[in-house]
Design a protein around this ligand. Structure first.
Ligand code: F6P
Length: 370
């Protein structure tokens, strides 16, 4: 019997989706002789029965392209579709397609949905993607590295104009409730201040950092994650999307910080919100390889009938974990993260005196455990 496998991309798009679609399709056909069906528009395709065949020709020329050939959506749940539970429709359409299983690329929202649908008898293998890099139990998600590259490029460009005008430049990144993009891009872009959701910032600590640089005619580069919050403050929300699995869209904290700073400092401040440019563009070499690796591994899992699992990479090794262990969880930047520790030891300001002070303790604990 020829195995029939669906491929679906869910949640927000990111670089590497097309490379993964290509890898999954090629591997399923070459190695396992499978028939491959693309499910369009993410989970919506299972509600509306929108599919297209995937073959070697249709996935050719995709490896470098951002976006997703299959399209996607991040505002639909079959359990609350226009206010109704339409999960049975998804089950019926899945059965009608006579699929053995679906390889689904997504973040925590998509994995949660697939876990719930698994309880109704659908077979899924998950592949970790998101620019946010915030899925638990995996060291990486594809799309992240490309997004970080986009932010670093923007910082490099903004630095020269910051220097020329002696202006403070604030760069707001995406990342939802995790600061991975801001942390990595901030370090690689040599930012002076990095503000993360995990460590609420004190305005006066940020001002001191800026002023001590200004004393030497050096303007500061501030990278702020969209989920960053001032101590005692709250998330800055740009909009809410009704019926969406994750209704809140963050955004605007960069301009908020600018307004607060302008009350206290005489230097000019400008803000750049990078937004969706972090999700598009040419896929980096790293993300091409990584999405190919996780895609091929997902193909081997479906061939073994190992459903209800998500591919992970831990300490450089591919493996898989139950979908439910990923559902509805967020991996955030912890104090023992090596990139955070390096940034702290360079003296980069995180707007949190306690965090800066804890560096010695963190290092002592690391030494003890080695
Ligand atoms: O999860 C990916 C992501 O780009 C987040 O970083 C961001 O908060 C959100 O999606 C934006 O969603 P939308 O595309 O709906 O504006």
């Amino acid at each position: 019997m020829v195995m029939k496998i669906g491929v679906l991309t869910g949640g927000g798009d990111c670089s590497g989706l097309n490379a993964a679609i290509r890898a999954i399709t090629k591997s399923l056909i070459h190695e396992f002789g499978a028939e491959v069906i693309g499910i369009e528009k993410g989970i919506l395709g299972l509600l509306e029965n929108k599919t297209k065949p995937l073959n070697l020709a249709s996935v050719s020329g995709l490896i470098d392209k951002g976006g997703t050939l299959l399209k996607t959506c991040n505002n639909v749940s079959p359990f609350n579709y226009h206010g109704n539970d339409c999960s049975q429709l998804v089950v019926d359409n899945y059965k009608a397609l006579q699929l053995d299983g679906i390889i689904v690329m997504g973040g925590d929202g998509t994995m949660s949905m697939c876990h719930e649908l698994s309880q109704l008898g659908l077979n899924f293998v998950g592949v970790p993607k998101t620019i946010d890099n915030d899925l638990v139990n995996t060291d990486r998600t594809f799309g992240f590295e490309t997004a970080v590259g986009v932010v670093v490029d923007a910082i490099d460009r903004l630095k020269t104009t910051s220097y020329s005008h002696n202006r403070i430049m604030i760069i707001e990144t995406m990342g939802r409730y995790a600061g991975w993009i801001a942390l990595h891009a901030g370090l690689a872009g040599a930012a002076d201040v990095i503000l993360l959701p995990e460590y609420p910032y004190e305005l006066d600590t940020v001002i001191s950092a800026i002023e001590s640089r200004a004393a030497h005619e050096s303007p500061s580069i501030i990278v702020i994650a969209e989920g960053a919050i001032a101590k005692g403050g709250d998330y800055i929300v740009s909009k809410t999307v009704e019926n969406s699995p994750d209704a809140i869209r963050l955004g605007g904290v960069g301009h908020h910080l600018q307004q607060e700073l302008e009350k206290h400092i005489s230097l000019e401040v400008r803000t750049t919100v990078l937004g969706h440019i972090q999700r598009g563009g040419t896929t980096s070499a790293f993300d091409r390889i990584f999405s190919t690796n996780v895609g091929c591994y997902a193909a081997s899992l479906v061939a073994q009938g190992r459903y209800g699992r998500m591919v992970t990479v831990q300490n450089g090794k591919l493996s898989s974990i139950p979908l439910e262990s990923v559902a509805n969880k967020t991996r955030t930047v912890q104090k023992d993260d090596m990139t955070l520790i390096s940034a702290l030891s360079l003296g980069i300001c995180f707007g949190d005196k306690n965090l800066q002070a804890s560096l010695t303790t963190i290092n002592d604990e690391k030494m003890k455990s080695n």
